[in-house]
Each structure stands twice: as C-alpha cells, then as structure tokens.
Design a protein around this ligand. Sequence first.
Ligand code: ADP
Ligand code: ASP
Ligand code: MG
Length: 478
Amino acid sequence: MGRAMKPQLQVMKFGGTSVGDAACIARAAQIIADGARTGKCVAVVSAMSGVTNRLIDAAKAAQSGNAQGALAMLDELAAKHASTLTVVVKNEAGRTKVWQKMQQVFAEGRRFCEGTALLRELSPRTLDTISSLGERLSAPMVAAAVTELGLPSEALEASELIVTDDYHGGADPLMEQTRTKSHARIYPLLEKGIVPIVTGFIGATLDGERTTLGRGGSDYSATILGAALHATEVIIWTDVDGVLTADPRLINEARTIPNITYREAAELAFFGAKVLHPKTLKPVVEAAIPVWIRNSFSPEKRGTEITPKGGRNGGVKALTAIRDVTLISIGGPGIVGLPDVVGRTFSTIAEVRSNVLLISQSSSQNDICFSVSSADAERTIEALRKEFAQDLKHEKVEHINVDPNIAIVAVVGENMRGTPGIAGRTFQALGKENVNIIAIAQGSSESNISFVIEESAVKKALEATHREFGLHLTKNGN
Ligand code: ADP
Ligand code: ASP
Ligand code: MG
C-alpha cells in the first residue's frame, strides 16, 4: 500500500433504497463527491431496490420453462433503468456509453434466462449470474452521476476485485487474493483522482466464475473492500438513521444508538436486524476499522458508529427478531443412551451448510432442539432423517419434529454480564404479556439472551421488552 494514499480512505456503501430512483442516485453521487473532495473514496453500490428480487423471479420463471415471462421481466427492468438513466445523466455522450453497457448486461441476462428455460434447470451458478445483473446496471449509472458532478469516476465489477470460494449464493472471500487484486486495480485509479464505483454483492472464484455473497451482501462487500484496502472507515449509507434499538417497522419508539460494539452489532445482524448483513463485521475486526451506519436521506445526521469498544453504557442496547426460522427437535428417551446424537446432528447440519441460530438441550437430555433459517429447513430435515434413518427405525431416536411457526427474539448488549437480573426482567415482562416461551439460550459471551416464541407474538414481545429496558429513552446520536 502506498503511504501517499493515507491519511484518509473511506469505503462507502449505498443500499438499494439509497440508489432506488433518479433522485436517490443524485443524492448518493453528491455524498460520494463530497467524500472524494475531502479525501480518497471508494463507493460500493447495490442494485436499485426491488431489482434483485425481480431478477430472481425471472430466473425462477425461466426454470419453470416460461422463457417469455422471464424475458418480459427483463424488458420491464430495462425500461426502468432507461428512464432512470435519462434523468440521472444529462450529458448525451455519457448517457449513450452507460446505455451500451446496460444493453450488454441485459443481453447476458436474456441468454442465461433462455438457456435456463431450455434446460428447465437453474444451477446455483446460473442463479448467481442472473441475480447479480442489478449491481452491474446500477454501478455505471452512479459512476456517470459522479462524473457529472465534476469528479472523474469509473464503474468496476467486484468480480475483478473480490476473490471468493465457490459457494454460490453465499460465498466468502479469500482475503489474501482479494487484497492483491483490489490493491492492483483500485490504487492506480485513486492516484489518478478517479473515483471507483464498485458493484456490491458480487465476487468471483479463482477461476473467474461469478459468485454472490448472499442476499443483502453488499454490506459485506463494503467491509471486505474496506479491510482489503486498509480503509480508515467504512460508511454504510442506508434508509434509516443508524442502528436502532429495534426494527423501526415493528417498534415506533425505536431510537438510534450512537455507539455500539462490533460484537453487539454482529449479534443484532446475526439475529435478523436487516440493517446489517450477518457477516458485515467479520472482515474489519482484525484491523479495527470503524463502521458507520448513516442515512443517505438525511446525511446531516451523525448515525451509529460501530467500533471494537463501542459506547460505555452497559446493559441492554437493542432487540431484534427473526421470523423466517424453523425449530427442529430430535428426541425421545432413547437418545440418552446415544451419546453421539448431538455430534451426528451438528455434523449433518454442517455438511448441508445450514445456519444454526440457537441451540437448546433439555435438562433431562431427552430432546435437543435448534433453529435454522426456514430457507435451510427442508434440506436440513432431509439430511437428518437420512442420518438417523436406522435409529428412527429402531426407535432409538423417537422423533424429529419440525415447527415452522416460530420466531427468535434476541436481547443484545455487551455489558449485560455486569448487570444482573436481565434474564429475569425479560421473562417477567414477557410473562405479564402472556407470551409463551418455547426455548431459551444465552450465549457464553453473555452479550445476548435469545428465546423462541410463537411467531404471532413477536410484536408483543418486542414491545414489552423495549419498554422494560427503557430503550425508548436511549439518547439519540443525531
Ligand atoms: P439497504 O437497502 O440500505 O441495504 P436494508 O433494507 O437492507 O437497507 O436495511 C435497512 C432496514 O433495516 C431499515 O429500513 C429497517 O427497516 C431495517 N431494520 C431492522 N432492524 C433494524 C435496526 N435495529 N436498526 C435499523 N434498521 C433496522
Ligand atoms: N442487491 C442484493 C440484494 O438485494 C445485495 C444488497 O442489496 O445488499 O440482496
Ligand atoms: Mg441491506
């Protein structure tokens, strides 16, 4: 890394709503330009909001043989991008250049949808190619908008920068290779005063095959690049004022948290706070790079700063809930005599790469239950039934039960360790509201208490705990 590049390098990420229409793109371009005028700045952009979902719909339509339907969806998306482009880029030459690029991207989308429809088969690899088209469309538009503000800018595909494993649909970076590639590509641009605008969500394997980092993965792209480029800070620009004490869509009284630790933010993200992709903090932990969450619609507000130490106030910081989860329990009196059940259960889960969110074992040891994302449930259950087929037949394992109508609520705060009685207060507050608790887990880090409830009780549970811990009195950072 050239020392001359210091003192400041910001990596900024703009989410789907922050580039959701022409006015938003103009606002994002202004924020990027302001950043690039005061220091060095690399931007990471998501697809325009709704576009990734639509691309996945198109891929699924193609998979079912409906090529016409898939192509019609791509046409709709082309019209949306064309009309946005017309407003965003005033200069005709610049507009033509972006439109040509977009047409290449759409042509690739059509080819892949047609191929999928022909075979009626959608491999994870093809799904990655189709679902990543949205970022390849938004980045050139944002770059053109920044250029129009008088700062030369270039759109880059992250497949040139972020090297990943080949786990399509949820790839992880190979940091050493990513560092080498992104240095070689980004620093020369920065030295020439060109602002790089990188596609979020996307990477490529060592062989150059396109991958994606998972839904909502542009946050992860930003911190991967932040770590790879030794950024001074990463700023995630979104549509809320920062990390809030609870999901503002569920709790009106949620407040912005001014400072939060990596661990707290990671717990919130892991337990479903959509504002951060679950893996966002992973790449920046080692270098202790601060991550900010800020509102692109109100850039004058301070937002939330995420650092290793966070704020000083202990106790409960925030609540979160995940609804799309399934509870699986394996049990029966027989499992007492089968000490390997736990081991076999979790190695089976690991083999199918399911994400386990919570584990609880009953004291009588007749039952272990755990929850996984509902998206992972079917393949997990199938794998477990196969693994335990013999035991089920001989009734050593009595049942593998599945409950999809549950949710997990997590109470998060790093210094809860020093604050006794939090679990008691939580369950008392829930008891008062008649919320039935199905299972409980407390991480050994003591930075979260999580519990399983019926899905229909989520709002009530969040409201009761939010009030119990006075989170509505959190001093706003803004
Ligand atoms: P982006 O498109 O910028 O990536 P997302 O929609 O992925 O934005 O994430 C932002 C959304 O996360 C907010 O609009 C909010 O509804 C939701 N959210 C859930 N929990 C929280 C929380 N604790 N703090 C802030 N936002 C939250
Ligand atoms: N566009 C991708 C998605 O919708 C990635 C992201 O927005 O972070 O999942
Ligand atoms: Mg997001």
